[in-house]
Design a protein around this ligand. Structure first.
Ligand SMILES: NC(=O)c1ccc[n+]([C@@H]2O[C@H](COP(=O)([O-])OP(=O)(O)OC[C@H]3O[C@@H](n4cnc5c(N)ncnc54)[C@H](O)[C@@H]3O)[C@@H](O)[C@H]2O)c1
Length: 361
């Protein structure tokens, strides 16, 4: 079987996670690493004892034409600029979430990538967390009947320190509901199988980063909030985000209620040291309860912070490359998840319901 050759553009926290996970997969090879920051390259050299070819500019890598797939894990505000160049290669691309920092940029990108001959995959890896993946399948198998309500809670630690602390400002990230919560809005659309029509949110920056200053400027990222998203098919969805809940047992908790029953699952926080969680289904009429243990291999857990999802996402990406099939997470999926996040940020600022057509038109 032909080895698939990868390059990683942006070798910070997430770039390292990509390297560690691809390294677990047979018949793959990471050939090159690009990063503009010397310290990031030094960290990779120290942590991964392999002979990668290093570049400090993605254009120099592209000129060499030495890989089959590009993984882009640079800060959000660089995505569109780098993608414009990588698209010229016509090779396979996995671009980290959020696709870009706002809907306008995503729409530009979608136009640029129309009829792209290879795979472009938005890295929405929460879809691939083993308990979440099982949860989605059970709902789509109609285990709980017709889905009516979906709730997602993320209670976690604050944003980590990043190279040049780019993640402290909404102009670099798109804002917390774009940067972080695009994952959850993507899950809502995937699970509900419908499009959002309106968004109402309440949120603020109440605890985190309020005493930090960068060139005398205070960070402006929201650290908690509630978001209600209404879907065309009548299903209601709710997100509860708190980023000053470091000592949580479970980082994400999901529940869905249909006309026949309720299904719940959760994802252990990386600090909890847990390697497994449960799916619980409770039926209304029969009162039957089904509990299923979902375990993740320790070797896979060790390769990243996202409960195995980066590994399973890479398996799916590789399978699509080998089978010459379509991307499981399209640019449109990336776009709508950003648009819902943007609507939530706008709703908080303007204290009103935002209709998706205001964002997408
Ligand atoms: N899928 C997920 O769950 C997940 C988790 C964390 C981060 N991310 C995403 O991954 C991306 C990177 O985040 P991170 O946490 O790794 O940030 P980071 O700051 O730790 O790493 C980013 C790296 O990109 C480098 N870089 C900046 N501009 C560059 C350029 N023009 N060319 C090459 N390298 C460049 C930086 O020097 C740094 O080493 C972001 O888009 C972020 O939202 C996704």
């Amino acid at each position: 079987m032909k080895k698939i050759r990868y390059a990683i553009i942006g070798a910070g926290t997430m770039g390292l996670e990509h390297i560690q996970n691809i390294s677990l997969i047979k018949n793959t090879e990471i050939v090159a690493i690009v990063d503009t920051h010397k310290q990031s390259i030094r960290t990779i050299k120290k942590k991964i004892k392999k002979n990668f070819i290093y570049f400090n500019n993605h254009k120099d890598l592209i000129k060499k034409d030495i890989v089959d797939a590009y993984i882009i894990s640079t800060p959000n505000f660089t995505h569109l600029k780098i993608l414009k160049d990588v698209l010229k290669t016509k090779k396979h691309i996995l671009i980290e979430k959020p696709l870009t920092i706002n809907t306008k940029e995503c729409l530009k990108l979608k136009k640029l990538a129309k009829n792209y001959p290879s795979i472009i995959w938005t890295a929405m890896e929460y879809r691939y967390m083993p308990p979440v993946n099982k949860f989605i399948k059970k709902i789509h198998n109609r285990t709980i009947g017709n889905l009516k309500m979906l709730t997602i809670r993320e209670h976690r630690f604050p944003f980590l320190k990043k190279v040049k602390n780019w993640n402290r400002f909404a102009e670099n990230t798109g804002g917390t509901f774009v940067e972080k919560c695009c994952h959850f809005f993507d899950l809502m659309r995937l699970i509900i199988k419908s499009e959002p029509i309106s968004v109402y949110a309440s949120g603020g920056q109440d605890v985190n980063h309020i005493n930090e200053r960068y060139k005398n400027i205070k960070p402006d990222v929201i650290d908690n909030g509630f978001v209600v998203v209404n879907f065309k098919n009548g299903v209601r969805s709710f997100l509860d985000l708190c980023m000053f809940a470091e000592n949580s047992d479970m980082q994400e908790e999901l529940s869905a209620v249909g006309n026949k029953g309720k299904i719940e699952t959760s994802v252990p926080s990386s600090q909890s040291g847990k390697t497994s969680s449960f799916i619980r289904i409770g039926m209304r009429k029969s009162r039957k309860i089904i509990r299923e243990l979902i375990k993740v291999d320790k070797k896979i857990l060790k390769a990243g912070h996202h409960h195995g999802s980066t590994y399973y996402q890479h398996l799916a990406f590789l399978k699509a490359i080998r089978n010459n099939s379509k991307s499981e997470v399209s640019l449109n999926d990336g776009l709508i998840s950003v648009a819902i996040g943007e609507a939530a940020e706008k709703s908080i600022k303007q204290k009103r319901v935002i209709y998706m057509k205001e964002i997408l038109n």
